[in-house]
Each structure stands twice: as structure tokens, then as C-alpha cells.
Design a protein around this ligand. Structure first.
Ligand SMILES: *Cc1c(COP(=O)(O)O)cnc(C)c1O
Length: 232
């Protein structure tokens, strides 16, 4: 089992390097560890994985004692305002900020904890805003609204692509995200550092690497298929 995981990690790293070669720096590989136990997660450290992504607050809290400080933990899923306080000291970055009220609560809790939280703005590149994410056209005005909050540092953009086999369509969305990322970087909004473009999952990390993701979030391609659990 562990050998299989190691082979997957090695293969994914190779594929990321190949896909980005000559265009962009190779994206970092974040392991998405939702639904996986600490016994599966801890060996990743020996494979050079330093960042993991979790999407549920309760699940993350339950695993924390066993994980210790082996990894930098990213919160990548929907986050309710009333749960921000619980994880503010435990994660290094929150990827799914798409509402001003959520950004305000993160800022308030971060200041209360004596820190500044790195956040990404989640964009909805396919216009599926019902699933969460800010429309591409509204990204800049959204960033201008949250940038002044003192308890957060805006570090970039995040996207979850629609589930589809239409590669050409996906390439268009990925390249649109990269363009938006660069355009906002050039606009130089005070308080916004465009360093991180978080996109690409198990089904599409090669395309994401090809189009300039800085970090990909990969779960099942590392660990194997996941049993679906009840959504939070
Ligand atoms: C689960 C999840 C991933 C990883 O999904 P896989 O298809 O298992 O790689 C990436 N990003 C987010 C936001 C997720 O919830």
C-alpha cells in the first residue's frame, strides 16, 4: 500500500514537471488528506510532501493530535463563519474565501489569535456560483473589498473545475484562470500579493500544470479512490 502511494507521488511529480516544462515552474504537490487516517498521512512526510489539504473542520480537529506539526495544513473546502475560530491557529492558509463576511470573520479571529491568516479567493471559472466562488468578472472588486482587512493576507486565487471529460473546455478555464491571476497581479491592488494559483485535482492536475498552477490539490490519485462521506 505504502509503496503504491510512493509510486503515485513520484509519478504525479514527474507528470507535473513534464506538463509545466518550458512554460511555468513546476507546481507544488499538495496531498488532499480528507477521509484518510493519520496512519496513511504521516508516511507522506518521508516522501517530501510538506503540505496537506483538508476540507472539514471537525475531521481536521480530530486528526490534529496525531499529525502534530509534520505538515503545513491548508483548509480547502467550504468554511462556515462559525467554525473559523476553531481552526485559526491550526492552518497556514484558507483557500475558499468567496464572501466578504467570511473574510471579515477570518480577519477578526486571526487578530484575536495574534496572527495574520493567508487566504486565497475562490473563483468560479465556469460560472457555477451556486457551488461557491466569485465570478471572474467580480474578482477584482471582491479583492479590493477584502484586501484592507488587517487580519488576513490575500495571497492569490483558487478554483475547482467542473467535472467533465471535455479537455478543450477545461484548458480554456485553466488558461482563463492564469490570465486573471496575471492581470490582477499587474493591477497591483494594495494588500494583495498574487503568489498562489491553487488549481488542479486528481482528474486534471496535468492541465493545471500546463496552464500555470503554482500548487495542485491531489487526493485520490495519491491514495486511491475515496469512499464518499456525508457532506458537512
Ligand atoms: C477533495 C478535494 C480535492 C482533491 O480531490 P481528488 O479528486 O481526490 O484529487 C481538491 N480540492 C478540493 C477543494 C477538494 O475538496
Amino acid at each position: 500500500m505504502m509503496n503504491e502511494v510512493r509510486e503515485n507521488v513520484d509519478r504525479i511529480r514527474r507528470e507535473l514537471a513534464e506538463a509545466s516544462e518550458g512554460r511555468y515552474p513546476t507546481p507544488r504537490l499538495m496531498a488532499v488528506t480528507k477521509t484518510r487516517g493519520a496512519e496513511e498521512i504521516l508516511p507522506l512526510a518521508e516522501m517530501g510532501i510538506t503540505e496537506i489539504g483538508e476540507n472539514r473542520v471537525q475531521e481536521l480537529k480530530a486528526k490534529l493530535p496525531e499529525l502534530g506539526d509534520a505538515f503545513r495544513i491548508h483548509l480547502i473546502g467550504r468554511l462556515q463563519r462559525n467554525k473559523v475560530r476553531q481552526i485559526i491557529r491550526d492552518v497556514c492558509m484558507i483557500h475558499s474565501v468567496d464572501r466578504v463576511e467570511l473574510a471579515e470573520e477570518i480577519s477578526r479571529q486571526a487578530l484575536g489569535a495574534g496572527l495574520r491568516m493567508d487566504v486565497l479567493t475562490e473563483i468560479s471559472p465556469a460560472g457555477e456560483e451556486q457551488k461557491g466562488g466569485v465570478a471572474m468578472e467580480e474578482a477584482e472588486s471582491f479583492l479590493r473589498k477584502i484586501a484592507p482587512l488587517e487580519g488576513i493576507r490575500v495571497k492569490g486565487l483558487m478554483a475547482v473545475m467542473p467535472l467533465t471529460d471535455d479537455t478543450a473546455y477545461l484548458e480554456g478555464l485553466f488558461s482563463g484562470m492564469r490570465k486573471l491571476f496575471e492581470q490582477i497581479r499587474e493591477t497591483a491592488i494594495p494588500g494583495v500579493e498574487m503568489e498562489e494559483l491553487s488549481m488542479g485535482m486528481s482528474g486534471d492536475y496535468r492541465l493545471a500544470a500546463r496552464h500555470g498552477a503554482t500548487v495542485v490539490r491531489v487526493g485520490s490519485a495519491i491514495f486511491g479512490p475515496r469512499e464518499e462521506r456525508i457532506k458537512e
